[in-house]
Design a protein around this ligand. Structure first.
Ligand code: GAL
Length: 791
């Protein structure tokens, strides 16, 4: 039977390479002991030289094989090594693979001896011109190392090699499917393939057949089967067992979901129902360790996108990503547009051959995932190359006739061989109209999806001013609003989920592109609220301002906004009612949940104070509201004259007015001004936020998980640390120092000396063994600790 052994612990690694290292008896005592996922070089958060990880390095590992083991095939599987790999077993060359993003596996049986065997992996992390995406510039880093898991799979000579499930009519009540099974059967033995289908651990279908060939199609019907969709991501488990007579030789399982997905010129249809795509692009990179993060962090990103950012699609820009991530998208109901590696540049013939191979690897390795609804088979933003892209489209169609293809362009009128015109639309600069019309880009009526927007048009750091963060959020809202305005847009995928490290040619000069709606630690910026507020699950309310008047030009707060899925927001100041603002009369009204503009902080306050009522109160309010939005200069006559008339009527001078009405425009002199925002759904109060200038500052600690698993490899938890006020609001300019330390069986990733960046930072810890671990955080804002149980 199939036996899978994880080969992740205790590799020997050195950040250089010499041909002698391939030999069995090479003295590797100066190598470091490392675990996989591994990066060839840990990096600082920013301000580093990207050439520092671009070298050739060597990994060595000894493994024992018994006589019985050698009766079987021994398949060595690498899930991801960046960027080019050669594997040697006992000094002999066994396999090579180009490209950092697809898995590869091969049988090492013929190289093995009984007893100790030496595996050596030569990893080239340089930017080789024959390997996409390299050859010119690239706006992201590709890091280096055996950064995804490694397995040894022991199987008999007759074993399963591929399992593919297809349903050509998933919308029928009784769901038909074909299960296409490939296996090794060189001696034409009479073999049985048995299929069992499980739903919620219960068997719902089984059948079997016999053959002497090396493939078989088993078809069947799941009666009253469930569909997979984004709200109910129902997954069936297909288990295929290969037998010789009664003797079980091998088995594999694959998850599958029944669903139809179609991009049309009039919108995207999931199971024939219209769904507007609201997505974000994801790079698989993390601070310090680049790509090298285990399963839990891959799953956390999918959760973050689905549950915190509430998007319905992720684009795995610009390469295939971890199986753990895609599995989580299947489980959570998050649609995926995945694409083969590349960035703008098309190299020579060798490069193109490698690209085509990467396209087929991507499709073959990801074919059963219901979450994937589109293959990207064109190098992101590359120029037209008809021959290449006719071929990649053909490859995709031959391997998978059930999915549509796309290829991301950055120019109009490109030759379209794929099904969907996928376009990066950076047209919006805050003033122009958001998004080009589809027909102006495609020149004919074809399915159309915006695959990037915003990004470099408005980089925004979490420690930027309130006005900039607001504009960042509103720009995302404007584009989404436009995408919702017409069925011709299947949707829009924003750039991007999180800030990321990049080459010197890009970013803010510190090797970071601050393009994310969250920072590198996946801590949301204000723009994240635009996405989150479009969800329908729980009441959601975020206010765009910290109500710090002095953070704005002229000390005037101006318009600010509620990002919310509520129908209305009631506003109070120090428990006095100001006004209610409704979602149904807003500018961004195409959004499922329009952004609510809060235009007035005076509202009913003047009347409530009692001295001025009726017309007088109205005139004063109008003038003060103008000043609150635009400052004292150039008050229009039609506002100023009635205001002065009222002052005269009540015998107050300008100086007196200044003192008397200042309290409506600022919080000067008030002991503690608290603004309260209450979200209403169907007139019921469902959520509440208080905003005030903080007096108490605390550290808030949110670990992603405190129950970790040190199993197939080490585990990682992210601890999000924020400085918060007594009202639980993040202090946007808190930059306090932190000292981090650990006890027990965990260690820190990154430096023990950190500081909050714009009120927030993330800390990653990783397990070193089972047991327990504790993270201590010391700072001027207090000391905290997090305990972990490790199983
Ligand atoms: C696009 C590119 C992305 C990223 C983005 C920044 O042109 O496809 O990878 O660089 O710009 O806005």
């Amino acid at each position: 039977m199939r036996k899978i052994t994880s080969l992740n612990f205790n590799w020997k690694f050195i950040a250089k390479y010499d041909i002698k290292m391939l030999e069995n008896n090479y003295d590797d005592s100066d190598f470091n002991i490392v675990n996989i996922p591994h990066t060839v070089k840990e990096l600082p958060l920013n301000d580093f030289d990207e050439s520092s990880y671009q070298f050739i390095s060597c990994y060595r590992k000894k493994h024992m094989f018994t006589k019985e083991d050698l009766n079987n095939c021994q398949i060595l599987k690498f899930y991801g090594v960046s960027n080019a790999t050669e594997v040697y077993i006992n000094g002999k060359f066994a396999y090579s693979h180009l490209g950092g993003y697809n898995a590869f596996s091969f049988d090492i049986h013929d190289f093995l001896v009984v007893g100790e065997n030496q595996i050596v992996v030569k990893v080239d992390s340089t930017e080789r011109e024959d390997v996409p995406p390299f050859g010119y510039v690239v706006d992201y880093l590709t890091y280096g190392g055996i950064y995804r898991e490694v397995e040894l799979i022991s199987v008999p000579n007759e074993h399963l090699t591929n399992l593919r499930i297809v349903s050509n009519n998933p919308l029928l009540k009784n769901k038909p499917f074909d299960c296409i099974i490939d296996f090794e059967n060189n001696n034409n033995k009479k073999l049985t393939a048995k299929l069992e289908v499980f739903f919620d651990d219960e068997i719902v279908f089984s059948c079997e057949n016999v053959t002497s060939t090396n493939n078989m199609v088993l078809n069947g019907i799941i009666e009253n089967g469930f569909l997979w969709d984004i709200d109910n991501p129902n997954l069936y488990e297909f288990k295929v067992t290969l037998l010789e007579g009664k003797n079980e030789l091998d088995y594999v399982t694959e998850k599958f979901g029944f669903r139809s997905a179609e991009f049309t010129p009039y919108g995207f249809l999931l199971n024939e129902k219209k769904l507007k795509i609201r997505g974000l692009n994801r790079h698989q990179a993390y601070p310090y360790v680049g790509y090298a993060m285990p399963k839990s962090m891959q799953i956390e990103d999918a959760r973050f996108l689905k549950e915190d950012l509430c998007v319905n699609m992720v684009r795995t820009s610009h390469y295939p990503q971890s199986q753990h991530f895609i599995n989580a998208c299947d489980e959570l109901g998050l649609l995926v547009f995945t694409e083969a590696p590349g960035w703008q540049h098309i190299g020579d013939e060798k490069f193109k051959e490698n690209y085509k191979k990467m396209v087929s690897e991507m499709i073959l390795q990801n074919i059963n995932h219901p979450s994937i609804v589109l293959w990207g088979i064109r190098i992101n933003e590359s120029p037209d190359d008809d021959q290449l892209y006719i071929e990649t489209n053909k490859i995709a169609k031959q391997l998978d006739s059930t999915r549509q293809t796309g290829g991301v362009r950055a120019f109009k009128g490109s030759h379209l061989f794929e099904d969907v015109y996928t376009y990066n639309d950076f047209n919006y600069d805050g003033k122009s109209k958001p998004l080009c019309s589809p027909i102006s880009v495609t020149k004919s009526s074809v399915p159309y999806l915006v695959t990037e927007h915003n990004g470099h048009m408005f980089p925004t750091k979490r420690f930027d001013s309130a006005s900039r963060k607001l504009e960042h959020a509103l720009r995302h809202a404007e584009v989404l609003n436009k995408a919702y305005s017409s069925n011709e847009y299947c949707g829009a995928i924003g750039w991007c989920m999180s800030d990321y490290n990049t080459h010197m040619d890009f970013g803010s000069g510190d090797r970071i592109c601050y393009h994310g709606v969250s920072d590198m630690f996946r801590i949301p910026k204000l723009a994240a609220a635009v996405y989150a507020s479009q969800s329908k699950n729980e009441p959601y309310l975020e206010i765009s301002s910290e109500m710090a008047f002095g953070d704005y030009d002229r000390n005037t707060l101006g318009k600010f906004y509620a990002f919310t899925n509520c129908d209305a927001v009631k506003v109070y100041k120090n428990d006095k009612y100001i006004n209610t603002f409704y979602s149904n009369n807003q500018n961004l009204s195409n959004l499922p949940h329009p952004v609510i503009e809060i235009t007035d902080l005076i509202g009913k306050l003047i009347e409530q104070d009692g001295k001025y009522i009726g017309k007088d109160a109205k005139r004063i309010r109008k003038c003060l509201s103008y000043i609150a939005n635009y400052g004292l200069n150039r008050i229009p006559f039609y506002i100023a004259i009635p205001f002065f008339f009222t002052l005269k009527k009540h015998h107050i001078s300008l100086d007196e007015a200044y003192n008397e009405f200042g309290k409506y425009l600022t919080t000067w002199g008030e002991k503690n001004s608290i603004f309260t925002f209450i979200g209403l759904i169907n007139n019921k109060e469902v959520c509440k936020i208080n905003k005030s200038i903080p007096r108490k500052m605390n550290l808030n600690i949110e670990p992603t998980n405190t129950h970790l698993t040190h199993g197939e490899t080490y585990d990682v938890a992210l601890v999000r640390i924020t400085a918060i006020s007594e009202e639980n609001n993040i202090l946007p300019y808190a930059m306090h120092g932190l000292h981090l330390s650990t006890t027990g069986n965990i260690e820190l990733i990154g430096s023990p000396y950190q500081s909050l960046i714009g009120g927030a930072i993330g800390v990653y810890i990783k397990t070193t063994d089972k047991g327990y671990g504790s993270l201590q955080i010391q700072s001027e804002l207090g000391n905290k600790s997090v305990d972990f149980i490790i199983e």
